[in-house]
Ligand binder design. Structure first.
Ligand code: S3P
Length: 426
């Protein structure tokens, strides 16, 4: 499906966005593990979180969607049933990597499969530490899906220093650790999103150099109520749409303000963005608040290495802000982008070149500058929801509008993206 966008003149209004994808995955997983019934409010309605729900249904968990919440009756410690068919994680890396930590500790065999994009993504990063714990995992020669997790005798706790800043790897090890009597520890030098440790109430020791996170059977989840704040990664598209529009303002309510995720707001403010935060509070351990965004004149800044994991999912849309900001835009230290839903460095560079910008691609990033020469391009999403939405937002700001090929992948994180745009643009 090719989606066409026309240039807009301004943005105005208020949005309520779906629940944060990372928190939603975890809420479904922890509620499925707990023995008893939990309720999740404002769960993400994206395809990725549906994939997580389908995997747990296949493991015997009862999941019912009600009008205002999702009710999950979980199976308790090692209570999952052996699946009768492969678990289909769809497009979702988070589903695959986190569920692997849980499945590695079960005494039955399970196989995880995924779509053509997920089937190319690297799994060695979780296979290695889970194998160190005694997990028995086989995959393709290249450590990709399909991946079969064989029954484990008993997992052994490990002390694991993360070789890459990845919340998915961190979480896979910590979730496996929930099945051991003694503590597993994960050490991270560069902080990544901390939803797993917050939502499970894990002990964290922090020094300026590193964080050590502990998990053991003591932290195994109990049934409870979850409220999922709106996704800041989804909000980022609308924030930047508003900043780049003249005479505009937008309010986005109940956005997650977890400081391992707010790097995008920090960077945009340093670039000159006018963003106010109101009504800040914490619900179920996760901070949230309302954002009010105003048209702003932006300038590009130096983006430093330690903030990259915090903004990793926002780099596609941040680069769109960079096109309209003063000066040239550079991202380095972001090699992880090559292992996302698509190779996002290649995808961004390909699309920026269509505009006639001067683009340089590096192994771990890219830079670009110059003036837009082609004003009605056809961008390629490469089947990646964040690339599709980023270039959709750009198209709304091009003189001749723009088109995005294979746009339906936006439903991975936000099936209502186009309706939300239509609600606020003039
Ligand atoms: C996620 C972690 C990040 C992020 C992904 C969601 C999570 O991946 O890109 O969209 O929910 O833990 P990595 O931790 O592998 O960088």
């Amino acid at each position: 499906m090719i989606q066409e966008f026309n240039k807009i003149s301004r943005v105005e209004g208020e949005l309520d966005l779906p629940g944060d994808k990372s928190i939603s995955h975890r809420a479904v997983m922890f509620a499925s593990m707990a023995k008893g019934t939990s309720r999740i409010y404002n769960l993400s309605n994206g395809e990725d979180v549906k994939s997580t729900q389908n995997c747990f249904k296949e493991l015997g968990v009862e999941i019912n969607t009600k009008e205002n919440f999702v009710e999950i009756t979980g199976k308790g410690f090692k209570g999952f049933k052996e699946p009768s068919k492969p678990l289909d994680a769809g497009n979702s890396g988070t589903t695959t990597r986190l569920i692997s930590g849980i499945l590695a500790a079960q005494n039955f065999e399970s196989t995880i499969i995924g779509d053509e994009y997920l089937s190319k993504r690297p799994m060695k990063r979780i296979i290695s530490p889970l194998t160190l714990m005694g997990g028995k995992i086989s995959s393709t020669e290249n450590f990709t899906l399909p991946m079969t997790i064989h029954p484990a005798e008993k997992l052994t706790p490990i002390n694991y220093e993360l070789p890459i800043a990845s919340a998915q790897v961190k979480s896979a090890v910590l979730l496996a650790g929930l099945h051991c009597d003694e503590h597993t520890t994960v050490i991270e030098r560069i902080p990544s999103r901390d939803h797993t440790e917050r939502m499970l109430g894990l002990k964290v020791e922090q020094t300026p150099e590193r964080r050590i996170i502990y998990s053991s059977k003591e932290n195994y989840p109990e049934p409870k109520g979850y409220f999922v704040p709106s996704d800041i990664s989804t909000a980022a598209f609308f924030i930047i749409l508003t900043l780049l529009s003249k005479n505009s303002s937008l309010k986005i309510k109940n956005v997650s303000l977890n400081e391992t995720r707010t790097g995008i707001i920090y960077i945009l403010k340093k670039m000159g963005a006018k963003i106010e935060t109101k009504n800040e509070r914490t619900i179920a351990g996760e901070p949230l608040g309302d954002l009010i965004i105003y048209s702003s004149k932006l300038k590009n800044i130096n983006i430093t290495e330690e903030i990259i994991p915090n903004i990793i999912d926002e780099i596609p849309i941040l680069s769109i802000a960079g096109i309209f900001a003063e000066g040239s835009f550079t991202i380095n230290n972001a090699g992880e982008l090559r292992g996302k839903e698509t190779d996002r460095i290649k995808a961004i560079c390909h699309n920026l070149k269509l505009l006639g910008l001067t683009v340089e691609e590096y192994e771990d990033g890219f830079s670009f500058g110059g003036e837009i020469k082609n004003n009605s391009p056809v961008f390629e999403s490469f089947g990646d929801h964040r690339i599709a939405m980023a270039f959709g937002i750009l198209s709304l700001h091009l003189q001749g509008g723009g088109k995005v090929n294979n746009f339906k992948c936006v439903s991975i994180s936000n099936p209502s993206f186009l309706n939300q745009i239509n609600k606020i643009v003039r």
